[in-house]
Design a protein around this ligand. Structure first.
Ligand code: IMP
Length: 439
């Protein structure tokens, strides 16, 4: 019997989105962080946006892990992320202004590559360049920063804090970037201005640099509880997502261990967050996208506006053909379904279970989907409910049709449903079963 009990976090846990981001990870991480000692952001940068509401206050975070709002938690930005110092400083200031004490509670890995202003400039130049297909990136420089990491020329957080050869490293970056900038009509990198920025950031951020793998390894040995927080969603994974309309890092559960330099077993179980319908920002395939009244209902009721960029999110029915695969490659042991209340008032609900592409049936999206001209979802239709799920906190209180909808998703995905969220507030969350995190 499923009841509205509170959740016990019995071991370390990775929390990630199973769709194209914006599934409500921030809210769930904040909720689960009540049981954690450390909350670690393991991929992406300030392209992510997390909104957390409690006690009538709303916080918007991009790079600082949501766990920072729990006073007992140490928030960690791991080496697999990319860090924009100017943005990080703004977020630190916002939190301090809100009365949150950060002393000793925010760690930044010394191996995290920096996102420099030249990365954001390159991202925006490419997105705006004629003759190229825009990917709809956040234009914050995330992709170019990861390119410099893989190109082995990135400046890392540890270089900023302790490096003695910053100028030489900057010159190497400029050597790579200046020809690109010239081709896109931009002036060469202003090394003097950049060096000045770095000196300012070094002075303001030096106390946050930490050897994260060593500290987390020791914490795990002492039995401390660690929650790993993803930034984007599984379908935006660089290898397994809808390439090339993806972000530039691995968003799947396995990447948490790599990012933190921890043994794989230390990352524990994986919880996939699933929004009760689908949204996407940026370009790329979205077979269940709706441009009708239902699409507008989801956008308006779900407040589907990007936290980071203010862009309107594209909205559509739940795509389980996609979800079934993403929970597999993301490694999900269980899932949480969020924003169930947004479906209140819809007469019928559709779930995509397969596709017809250029006249042929496919059970999942093929790798070449970006080239397909006619992608039609194959839908299953379920009854909607009258009344509201908003802020309900017990399984038995949900309308019968809402329970049927959740159970159908669980059955189609083959992953147990652990948590349900029925509103933005921390309190509008309940666990469906007590045993789900122990496997
Ligand atoms: P980038 O991560 O800025 O390079 O953008 C690549 C793609 O990922 C674009 O479609 C973005 O809209 C998408 N994206 C990046 N971060 C997020 C996020 O936090 N939520 C949803 N989509 C995101």
């Amino acid at each position: 019997m499923r009841q509205g009990q509170s959740l016990r976090m019995k071991q370390n846990l990775v929390v990630l989105g199973a769709q194209w981001g914006d599934e409500g990870k921030g809210k769930l991480v904040d909720y689960l962080a009540g049981e954690a000692d450390y909350v670690v952001r393991f991929q992406g940068g300030h392209n992510a946006g997390h909104t957390i509401c409690f006690d009538g206050k709303t916080f918007k975070l991009n790079i600082v892990p949501s766990g920072i709002l729990r006073p007992h938690v140490t928030a960690v930005i791991a080496g697999g992320t990319v860090v924009a110092c100017d943005h990080l400083l703004e977020e630190i200031k916002g939190l301090e202004d809100a009365g949150i004490d950060l002393s000793g509670r925010l760690w930044v890995s010394d191996t995290a590559p920096l996102v420099l202003p030249l990365h954001a400039e390159l991202d925006a130049l490419r997105e705006g360049a004629s003759g190229t297909d825009a990917l709809g990136t956040t234009k914050l420089g995330i992709g170019p920063a990861y390119e410099d990491k893989v190109g082995r020329r990135a400046l890392r957080f540890g270089d900023l804090i302790e490096g003695r050869v910053l100028r030489e490293k900057l010159a190497r970056i400029a050597l790579h970037h200046n020809p690109l900038r010239r081709a896109l009509g931009a002036p060469p990198v202003d090394l003097e201005a950049l060096n000045e920025n770095l000196q300012t950031w070094r002075a303001l951020l030096k106390d946050y640099a930490v050897r994260v793998p060593e500290r987390l390894y020791a914490a795990a040995r002492k039995g401390k509880r660690i929650l790993f927080e993803g930034g984007q969603g599984a379908m935006l994974d660089i290898d397994h997502g809808t390439f090339p309309y993806v972000t530039s890092s691995n968003t799947v559960g396995a990447s948490a261990a790599v990012s933190c330099g921890l043994p794989f077993a230390d990352t524990g179980k994986i919880l996939a967050i699933v929004k009760a319908y689908t949204t996407r920002v940026g370009a790329g395939p979205f077979p269940t996208e709706l441009s009708d009244g239902v699409g507008r209902h989801l956008a308006q009721k779900g407040l589907e506006i990007g936290t980071t960029t203010g862009r309107a999110r594209r909205c559509g029915w739940l795509d389980v053909a996609l979800l079934k695969r993403s929970v597999q490659f993301a490694g999900a042991d269980s899932m949480a379904i969020t924003k169930l209340d947004v479906l209140d008032g819809l007469e019928a609900l559709k779930i995509a279970t397969a596709y017809t592409i250029d006249g042929r049936r496919y059970e999942s999206l093929p790798a070449w989907v970006d080239e397909a001209t006619d992608v039609q979802p194959v839908y299953e239709t379920m009854a909607g409910w009258s009344g509201s799920c908003a802020n309900l906190r017990r399984w038995d209180d949900l309308p019968e049709q809402a329970r049927a909808y959740l159970k159908r998703i669980e059955a189609l995905c083959g992953v147990p449903l652990a948590l349900v969220s029925t509103g933005p507030d921390r309190a509008a969350t309940f666990a469906t079963r007590p045993d789900v995190f122990v496997g």
